[in-house]
Write a new protein. Structure first.
Lengths: 125, 130
């Protein structure tokens, strides 16, 4: 099942807040006036989750509190930075194994149609 | 960078409810199982648990403290144990392989996050250009 694509721009202040919340104090992420601010390696997960909401879980009749995040993968193709317009395109699927239901969400992230990163998450109900 | 090299490990701050609320808001991962004890108990847990993605973010820090970020080719994690409030996750890594992949010399680094009592909460892997 394809989710509707979502497009967003991660702001410098969002990068700074994320970095602060994980105790990352490198000036690379905190100087909001810097010309180029890289996105921390795992920030794209929550940015996507926030925009896509619970659409994938809804499709399989699950609520967020019922599932555990069991696997996550990031594949990086191009450096990405604050201020760049990124589009997330996700495909959700599910399977059953040993009595548990699993939901897999695979996401391609593009910038001006160039693939910059791929994410894969596995949730277990 | 050679097979068997270990990354300097680091101990993350002790997990607190305020810290989880802050991470939820800053990251966008607001699943109530990390925030609301009643929801956690209803799911059969004793209390809220930390986001797996918080531990993975610490692994990201471990890697970027060691190699420039634009050399990271992939980062993956399996969340194999729960992290309760009060725990202090310890992140570590060890170079498992150095080999040419897609025409580029890359190191594969085995990653772990463990708690003070020895429980492994995350098993992961990063691939970085050497």
């Amino acid at each position: 099942m394809k989710l509707p694509p979502v497009t967003t721009t991660v702001s410098a202040s969002r990068v700074r807040d994320f970095a602060a919340s994980i105790g990352e104090d490198s000036p690379v992420f905190h100087d909001v006036t810097a010309a180029v601010i890289p996105l921390p390696p795992t920030i794209l997960f929550g940015i996507g989750a926030e925009l896509e909401g619970d659409a994938a879980l809804d499709a399989f009749g699950l609520r967020p509190a019922q599932v555990l995040h069991v696997e996550q993968e990031f594949r990086y193709h191009r450096p990405v930075h604050a201020g760049e317009e990124l589009t997330f395109r996700s495909v959700a699927s599910s399977f059953d194994r040993r009595g548990s239901a699993f939901v897999v969400l695979e996401t391609e992230i593009t910038r001006s149609s160039e693939l910059v990163a791929e994410l894969r998450q596995v949730l277990m109900a | 960078m050679n097979v068997g090299d270990t990354l300097p490990s680091f101990t993350a701050p002790t997990v607190t409810r305020d810290g989880l609320a802050r991470f939820a808001s800053a990251s966008g991962d607001d699943n109530p199982i990390h925030l609301d004890p009643a929801v956690a108990v209803a799911q059969g847990l004793d209390d809220v648990i930390a986001h797996g993605m918080l531990s993975m973010a610490y692994l990201g820090r471990l890697i970027t403290s060691w190699v420039p970020q634009d050399r990271i080719r992939s980062l993956r994690a399996k969340f194999v144990g729960m992290t309760p409030v009060g725990a202090a996750p310890v992140c570590g890594g060890r170079v498992r392989a150095v080999e040419e992949i897609d025409g580029e010399l890359r190191a594969t680094i085995a990653l772990t996050v463990k708690l003070g009592d020895g429980t492994t909460t995350v098993r992961g892997e990063a691939v970085v250009a050497v």
